[in-house]
Design a protein. Structure first.
Length: 588
C-alpha cells in the first residue's frame, strides 16, 4: 500500500485487519491474540453494571414505559446525577472514567431491561457533550462543554434533516456575522435523540467560505432565541425515548462555539473528528442494544423449547429447532466478538486501527440481532407475537419478544440504513484500494490459493478448515475487486452499480466476522475454555453458505430488466393491476 492513506479511515502508522482484508490479504497475525478484558477493568465494569441493574429494577417498569410512551418523571435527571451520561469523563466533572468496553457493557445491561433507557445512556456517551469532550481542544468551547457535563446537563446531536440524512450537503446554514463574531443558524433537524430534553445541542450546518461550502459543527444552547424544540417523533418501538425535531430561526451562535476541525481531503458524511467519534459511538448506540436483545432472545428460546412439547416430544429434541437455536447462539457470540474486537484494543493501547471494523459493526450487529429476534419470534410462534401484557393476563410467561422486536428494527435505520451503509463502505473504503491499482495487483491477479500462516491457532480440525477457507476467500475477494476495477476503469461507472458494491461489502463483512469468531474461539481455547469452538463452527458454516450466495449474485450475468420494471411502475400508466383492491389511497 502506498504511504498516502487511500481513504479517511486509513492510518499508515497503524495496521488494520479489515483494511488488509479489503485488499485481499488475510492477516491472522493481527487477530490471533484476540483481546480479553483485563480483570481489573472487568471488575470496575461489573460494579457499574450491578449498580445500574439495581436502579433499573427499582425505578423502571419497562412494559409500562412502552405502554405509556414515557420514562418516569425525573428519571433522566437521576441518571445524569449518577453520572450515567458521562461514563468516560474524568472524575473532576463527575464522570466514572470508564473504558470504552465498560461503557458498552453498561449500555448492554440497560438495553436488556429497557431499550429507551439504554438509548439515553448511549446517545449521551456516544454523541453528547461528554463524548465531544474527548475531541474538542482546549478553549472556550471545551470550557462550555466541561461546565455543561459537570452540571449534569442533557445534550443532543442534530445532524439529520427533513430532506434526508443521506445527503452530503446540509440544508441548515451558518452565516458569518462579522460584526458580532458569531454565526446565524437557520434550518431544521429531525429524528434527534434527546432533542426534547437537551439543553445543549451540536448542530451540523453548511458554511460558505470563499465561494466554497463545507459542513461544520456548532454547539447551541436550546434556550437561545430562535430555537424551537418540536413535539416528539413517535416510532414503531423505543417508546419513551425522547426523540424529536428542532428548528433554528436566525439563531445567533458565538463563533467560538463552532467546533474547528482540520479539513479532510476525503469525503465524509459529517465532519472528520465527529465521524471518528460517531464510528465508535455506534458500538454503544447500535451494537450494545443489538447484543442485549440477542442475549435475551437465546434465553427466551431456551426456556420455550424446554417447556413446550409437540406430539409428546420436547421441542428441544426436534432437529430443526436445534438448528435454529444453534444459529442464534452462534450469532449472539458473533455480535459480542465483533464488539470486543472493536473496543478492547483501544482500551488496551494496542497499535491497531479499529476504524474500519467500527464502521462495519453497525450492520454486523444490527443485522445479526434482527436475524436472532426474528427467528425467536417464529420459534415462540403466537406467544412470540403476543404482547407481554396479554400473556400476563392469561398467566403465560410474559416474555416481551414483541416489544424488543419493535425496538430492534430501529437499529437497522438510525445512524444510516443498512443497505446504504454497505453501499458507502464499498464506495469510500473498499474501492479506494483498487483506484489506482494496488502495488500487489499482480499477486492478486494470479488468483492462486494463499499459503496461510496460522501460527498459534488453537482450533478444532473443523475450525482450522474454516480458517484456511477464509484465508483463501479473502485473497479471492481482493482478486474479485481487482477484476471489477479492471473491467471498469472509470470508478464512477462501477459506483453506479450499487448492487455490486453492496454485495462486495456483504462478502467482506461475512469474512470479517468468520475470522474474528475463529480468533476468539482460538484465544479462549488457549486458556482452556473450548466453548467457543462449536459456536465459531456453526457461525462459519452458515456464513460460508451466505458467502456462496453473495458470490453467485455478484457473478450473475443475466440480470432482470430492473430499470424497465421501475420505469413502468413509476410512470403510473402500467402495472396498476398490482394495486387493485388495495386501499392505497392513490387510485386514479
Ligand atoms: C430512532 C432514531 C434515532 C435517531 N437519532 C438521531 C440523532 O440523534 N441525530 C440525528 O441527527 N439523526 C438521528 N436519526 C436519524 C437517522 O440517522 C436517519 O433516519 C438515517 O440516517 C436515515 O436517514 P433518513 O431517514 O433521512 O433517510 P434518507 O437519507 O432520506 O434515505 C431514504 C432512503 O434512501 C436510501 N438511500 C439514500 N442514499 C441512497 C443512495 N445513494 N443509493 C440508494 N439508496 C439510497 C436510504 O437507504 C433510505 O432507504 C435517528 C433516527 C431514528 C429512527
Amino acid at each position: 500500500m502506498s504511504k498516502k492513506p487511500r481513504n479517511f479511515s486509513s492510518d499508515p502508522s497503524r495496521p488494520s485487519f479489515l483494511e488488509e482484508l479489503y485488499q485481499g490479504r488475510f492477516r491472522w497475525d493481527l487477530i490471533r491474540d484476540f483481546p480479553v478484558q483485563d480483570a481489573q477493568d472487568r471488575a470496575e465494569g461489573d460494579r457499574l453494571v450491578e449498580q445500574l441493574n439495581v436502579l433499573l429494577r427499582e425505578r423502571i417498569d419497562p412494559t409500562a414505559v412502552d405502554r405509556d410512551r414515557q420514562l418516569p418523571e425525573g428519571f433522566l435527571a437521576e441518571l445524569a446525577t449518577r453520572g450515567y451520561f458521562r461514563l468516560q469523563a474524568d472524575r473532576a466533572v463527575g464522570g466514572h472514567e470508564l473504558s470504552h468496553y465498560n461503557t458498552f457493557r453498561v449500555v448492554v445491561a440497560a438495553a436488556s431491561w429497557s431499550t429507551p433507557v439504554a438509548l439515553s445512556i448511549a446517545i449521551e456517551n456516544a454523541l453528547g457533550a461528554s463524548a465531544f469532550l474527548s475531541v474538542v481542544p482546549e478553549g472556550p468551547l471545551r470550557e462550555l462543554l466541561r461546565a455543561h457535563v459537570a452540571r449534569g446537563g442533557l445534550s443532543a446531536s442534530a445532524d439529520s434533516e427533513p430532506q434526508g440524512a443521506a445527503n452530503q450537503r446540509r440544508a441548515t446554514t451558518a452565516t458569518r456575522v462579522e460584526t458580532a463574531e458569531a454565526y446565524l443558524l437557520n434550518g431544521q433537524k429531525v429524528f434527534v435523540g434527546h432533542a426534547p430534553v437537551a439543553e445543549l445541542v451540536s448542530v451540523s450546518a453548511t458554511i460558505r467560505d470563499n465561494g466554497q461550502e463545507r459542513v461544520q459543527m456548532f454547539f447551541v444552547r436550546t434556550d437561545s432565541p430562535g430555537v424551537t424544540a418540536g413535539q416528539w417523533h413517535e416510532y414503531m418501538g423505543i417508546k419513551g425515548f425522547p426523540n424529536g425535531w428542532l428548528n433554528f430561526d436566525n439563531v445567533l451562535v458565538p463563533a467560538d462555539q463552532m467546533f474547528v476541525e482540520r479539513a479532510s481531503e476525503h469525503q465524509v458524511r459529517v465532519t472528520p473528528e465527529t465521524a471518528k467519534m460517531v464510528a465508535r459511538g455506534r458500538l454503544h448506540l447500535i451494537a450494545a442494544p443489538s447484543l442485549a436483545i440477542a442475549k435475551l432472545c437465546v434465553q427466551w428460546a431456551r426456556d420455550f423449547v424446554l417447556r413446550r412439547e409437540v406430539d409428546g416430544r420436547k421441542l428441544a429434541d426436534y432437529q430443526e429447532i436445534q438448528q435454529q437455536l444453534a444459529e442464534s447462539l452462534a450469532q449472539t457470540f458473533a455480535i459480542e466478538t465483533m464488539s470486543q474486537w472493536c473496543l478492547l484494543p483501544d482500551d488496551q493501547g494496542r497499535q491497531i486501527n479499529q476504524r474500519f471494523e467500527q464502521n462495519a459493526s453497525k450492520n454486523v450487529s444490527s443485522l445479526l440481532c434482527w436475524d436472532v429476534v426474528d427467528r425467536t419470534m417464529s420459534l415462540l410462534a403466537a406467544e412470540g407475537y403476543e404482547t407481554a401484557h396479554s400473556k400476563q393476563q392469561r398467566g403465560a410467561p410474559p416474555v416481551p419478544v414483541e416489544r424488543f422486536m419493535r425496538d430492534a428494527r430501529n437499529l437497522r435505520i438510525s445512524g444510516g440504513v443498512d443497505f446504504q451503509i454497505d453501499n458507502w463502505i464499498a464506495r469510500m473504503s473498499i474501492l479506494s484500494y483498487y483506484y489506482p491499482e494496488p502495488d500487489h495487483a499482480d499477486e492478486l491477479a494470479k488468483n492462486e490459493p494463499v499459503r496461510g500462516d496460522f501460527d498459534g491457532a488453537v482450533l478444532t480440525d473443523r475450525n482450522l478448515g474454516h480458517l484456511r477457507w477464509v484465508a483463501d476467500e479473502v485473497h479471492r475477494f481482493g482478486a474479485t475487486c481487482l477484476e471489477l476495477a479492471r473491467r471498469n476503469p472509470d470508478r464512477a461507472s462501477l459506483q453506479e452499480n450499487e448492487r455490486t458494491l453492496i454485495l462486495l461489502t456483504g462478502i467482506a463483512r461475512e469474512l470479517l466476522v468468520m475470522s474474528l469468531t475463529l480468533a476468539r474461539a482460538s484465544k479462549m481455547a488457549s486458556t482452556g475454555d473450548h466453548s467457543g469452538q462449536e459456536l465459531a463452527d456453526v457461525y462459519c458454516v452458515s456464513a460460508g453458505h451466505r458467502i456462496a450466495d453473495l458470490r453467485r449474485r455478484l457473478s450473475a450475468n443475466a440480470p432482470a430488466n430492473v430499470p424497465s420494471l421501475n420505469a413502468a411502475w413509476l410512470s403510473g400508466t402500467t402495472l396498476d393491476h398490482l394495486t387493485y383492491d388495495a386501499a392505497t389511497g392513490s387510485r386514479r
